[in-house]
Ligand binder design. Structure first.
Ligand SMILES: Cc1cc2nc3c(=O)[nH]c(=O)nc-3n(C[C@H](O)[C@H](O)[C@H](O)COP(=O)(O)O)c2cc1C
Length: 344
């Protein structure tokens, strides 16, 4: 892979989802004597960690795990064999992964399919169609998670759905009442485009559905990204009751709960979202319940989960498209030549 291909891989990788679109990652291309890229390293950017909702960096690692899998798929789509090594250097907790490039090996049709889905994938916060998610797709997503040692539990039983909805609403109340939470959220939500273009990170108004979240016919409390002060300006809904929503809801979890497990969960999340996007489905994470320690523990206990829940997702057929932006490749990628101390 040459420098141009490396830039193309990174441009595709950064389309990965990240909490509040913080994009808490950096890339280093390791270049050999023959000017070919030998490895792509993914590093955390802790300056972009959300200190209020994510003090442990769990969601930062999830986001970075997703970008690692997106980068791996983009590498494979270019016909390069590769191996992902998590935490390749002892004592360097910022160096999350090294994607080591090997010989040429044509991409499998499934890898090409996932790669094509990168541009279509986005977070859908509006309503989904009533069309159920097919059984074989559910199985494919479950298999995708298993590749990374993660598990998926679909919330099919009404009792599990009620438990999750109640705990989610409770966690959301706790967060919303915290002024520090509101301040952190407001820093990453952009109601207006900035002069001369869109914001390169954070969540734009175009990625949020119209109308107040609390008046939705969803039993699952979606995160309210509207800054508190502008909420009263939103028009109330009419006399009609809201349309009931019945998305597929699933929990992705891992047997352990440490930075390695969070990266693996992020890789599994990427795989699940691309598998779904390739079939025309979209999803949105609902992570408030996992950001409050007590509700996270109760969710695991009451649902009888074996291990640690890492992401709660709602999913279905939708008609939206990606509207969030990404930082330019030059801002996140440096190259380092063998035998040289300098990066450029
Ligand atoms: C770990 C993680 C947690 C997230 N939590 C939420 C959430 O609670 N609510 C939500 O609407 N979106 C959530 N998202 C989605 C991000 O906001 C979204 O990926 C980001 O804004 C980029 O937009 P895109 O997915 O449309 O490309 C989460 C994403 C990740 C990776």
């Amino acid at each position: 892979m040459d420098d141009k291909e490396l830039r193309a891989v990174v441009a595709s990788a950064v389309r990965a989802p990240s909490v509040h679109n913080t994009q808490p990652w950096r890339f280093v291309g390791r270049v050999g004597d023959d000017d070919r890229v030998e490895a792509i390293e993914v590093l955390a950017d802790p300056a972009r960690m959300l200190e209020v909702i994510d003090p442990s960096g769990r969601e930062m690692h999830l986001s970075c795990g997703a970008v690692v899998e997106f980068a791996r798929i983009a590498t494979r789509a270019r016909g390069e064999a590769c191996e992902v090594v998590l935490f390749p250097e002892q004592g360097r907790s910022d160096l999350l992964a090294r994607i080591e490039l090997r010989d040429k090996k044509p991409a499998l049709p499934e890898e090409q399919r996932l790669y094509r889905a990168v541009e279509a994938r986005y977070t859908e916060r509006g309503r989904f169609d009533e069309r159920p998610v097919p059984e074989d797709l559910r199985e494919a997503m479950r298999d995708g998670a298993t590749l990374f040692g993660a598990w998926v539990q679909f919330l099919d039983r009404p009792g599990d759905q009620v438990t999750t909805a109640v705990l989610l609403a409770h966690a959301d109340e706790i967060e919303v009442m915290n002024p520090l939470y509101q301040r952190e959220l407001a820093a990453w939500v952009h109601e207006e485009p900035r002069a001369g273009g869109d914001h390169p990170d954070g969540i734009p108004a175009s990625a949020l559905p119209d109308g107040p979240v609390r008046e939705r016919g969803s039993s699952f409390r979606l995160r309210d990204f509207t800054p508190k002060e502008s909420q009263s300006e939103r028009p109330p809904h009419g006399e009609e009751p809201p349309v009931a929503e019945h998305p597929l809801v699933m929990i992705l979890g891992t047997p352990e709960d440490d930075p390695r497990a969070w990266l693996l969960a992020g890789q599994a999340l990427a795989r699940i979202l691309l598998t779904a996007a390739a079939e025309g489905l979209a999803a949105s994470p609902m992570t408030q319940v996992l950001e409050v320690a007590s509700t996270r523990a109760q969710l695991a206990g009451r649902l009888g989960l074996v291990g640690y829940p890492q992401i709660v997702l709602r999913m279905g057929y939708a008609h939206g498209w990606p509207t969030t932006q990404r930082r330019p490749v030059e801002e996140v990628l440096t190259s380092s030549h063998k035998g040289s101390e300098n990066s450029h």
